[in-house]
Design a binder for this molecule. Structure first.
Ligand code: UDP
Length: 475
């Protein structure tokens, strides 16, 4: 029985970016594509992570691998397996890397044994799949322990860290100490921003590559208003009559339908006329769903007619995140203690995850239906949801942390809250936007321009290809 599962990705043609990129950006991309074809002839690029769906990493891999294949690079994706103890530890590491205590557990010798024992069979199988000419990109702490075995076999290894924090604390340093020995053998360490780079890692191996979104995926593709409404009704997020327009364009061009129900808690479905403040996130304390709700109740609901939607994946679906159900339960319990009036304006939604494209189309529709998008995270590597909202010409109110700061220019292409815990400041920013449709419009327009300029796949892919080329040229 294989332990690793391979995620099947089909190629996408990168030429379509001609339609959205500036002439100059597209030319740079075309040149990079040409180089990549020759550098990667006869080699494969393996991406290794710990989940095929749910969360930002899976989201990005799905699209980058497809375009890499479209360019002519044999890019692959394998997902490691682990037991519940392993995922408990890797979730702890994830929280610690964000400077948070998480489950308050430790990272010591016992955890090291569990971590290494779970990775050992994955490594064995990986080594059977991979050839000496290949390049391996290991994503995040879950796979860091695989680096040494691969490097020892002469394979080129990049370790890609998608998480980080601006000002490290002792908790984060503890996680770095736990991981450093696993990570250091890799030939390159890729971080999303300069500030995330750990202490005591070899400087010459460091590379900074910000993430990106896919302009054409079901998550971000253009969607007529009639489809937005039909999709929201079809899945039960919005009240209304079912129609035949709950459709989207699938990744490879066919027509997809939204038909699976969203599990609705809180006030149940909203109505078509409601103005929505929306946060889409995994059910994770670092996304602060309780804070988003409390800030709405105390500072937004009293002065506006808006409704709040907190949407996240169905908690049964995300296998590497044991905290999801707990966090959702906390949010539901907090909702049940609210006064009726405000409770009737707060909608909690667990989106179906059985079909990733359907899920993405629902997120797309919800982000497009939003009047204001929020991402009030307490820690954030990048925050793809921010770029997704901005790309849809929405004003995003988000915490001034992590990669969010690289995306939003405060007051121009969105609004940043200096202190992520300051519920009044968050409420005032959202309130200001809700009171000023012209501001919503100008910020939304600037937001879209910003994403077109900096956060689409071609820039990201070009940077990856450069790193791989450099590595392979080192012999
Ligand atoms: N997402 C989704 N369905 C959900 C919740 C989240 O598709 O129910 C997506 C979201 O649209 C984004 C990604 O998951 O593309 C989350 O990435 P982000 O960088 O914002 O946070 P992460 O989950 O990686 O911490």
């Amino acid at each position: 029985m294989p332990i690793l599962s391979q995620v099947d990705i089909k190629p996408l043609q990168p030429e379509r970016f001609d339609r959205v990129l500036s002439h100059e950006s597209y030319s740079i991309f075309v040149e990079a594509m040409g180089k990549a074809r020759s550098v990667f002839r006869g080699r494969r690029v393996w991406n290794v992570n710990s989940t095929g769906k749910g969360g930002g990493v899976a989201e990005m891999l799905t699209s980058l691998i497809a375009y890499a294949q479209g360019i002519g690079v044999d890019a692959r994706w394998v997902v490691i397996a682990g037991n519940p103890d392993f995922f408990e530890i890797t979730k702890r590491i994830h929280n610690h890397l964000h400077g948070a205590e998480g489950d308050k557990g430790t990272l010591g010798e016992e955890q090291r044994s569990i971590y290494e024992e779970a990775l050992a069979p994955n490594e064995e199988e990986l080594l059977r799949l991979i050839d000496g000419e290949d390049v391996v990109i290991l994503h995040d702490p879950q796979t860091a322990g695989l680096a040494r075995g691969l490097v020892d076999k002469g394979i080129k290894v990049i370790w890609r860290c998608h998480v980080g924090l601006d000002t490290p604390n002792d908790i984060a340093r503890g996680a770095w100490d736990f991981l450093r020995g696993y990570v250091s053998p890799a030939h390159r360490y890729v971080f999303s921003r300069r500030a995330f780079v750990w202490e005591k890692l070899a400087g010459e191996k460091l590379v900074v590559i910000p993430p990106s979104i896919d302009a054409f995926s079901p998550k971000n593709q253009d969607m007529p208003g009639s489809a937005v409404e039909a999709i929201l009704v079809a899945t039960g997020l919005m009240q209304g009559e079912a129609s035949r327009e709950a459709v989207f364009t699938e990744v490879h061009g066919g027509q997809g339908w939204v038909k699976r129900p969203t599990e609705m808690y809180g006030a149940g479905p909203f109505s078509a006329n409601d103005r929505l403040v929306v946060q889409v996130s995994r059910w994770d304390r670092l996304k602060d769903p309780l804070g988003v709700m409390k800030g709405f109740v105390d500072h937004i609901a009293p002065v506006t007619d808006a409704h709040l939607v907190l949407a996240g994946p169905s908690v049964a679906a995300v296998s590497d995140d044991p905290e999801g159900k707990q966090v959702l339960d906390e949010v539901r319990a907090a909702w049940s203690r609210l006064d009726d009036e405000v409770a009737g304006r707060i909608h909690l939604a667990c989106l179906p995850m059985d079909d990733g494209q359907e899920n993405a189309a629902i997120v797309n529709a919800l982000q497009r239906k939003a009047t204001v998008i929020v991402q009030k995270s307490l820690a954030e590597g990048f925050g793809l949801t921010v770029a997704e909202g901005m790309f849809k010409s929405k004003p995003v109110v988000a915490s001034r942390i992590g990669g969010i700061q690289d995306q939003i220019e405060d007051g121009v292409s969105g609004m940043l809250i200096d202190d992520a815990g300051d519920l009044e400041a968050y409420g005032m920013a959202v309130g200001r936007l809700l009171a000023d449709p012209a501001l919503i419009e100008t910020m939304g327009t600037a937001a879209r321009a910003r994403v077109l300029d900096r956060f689409l796949g071609p820039r990201h892919l070009t940077q990856y290809l450069e790193v791989c080329t450099e590595l392979l040229n080192e012999g």
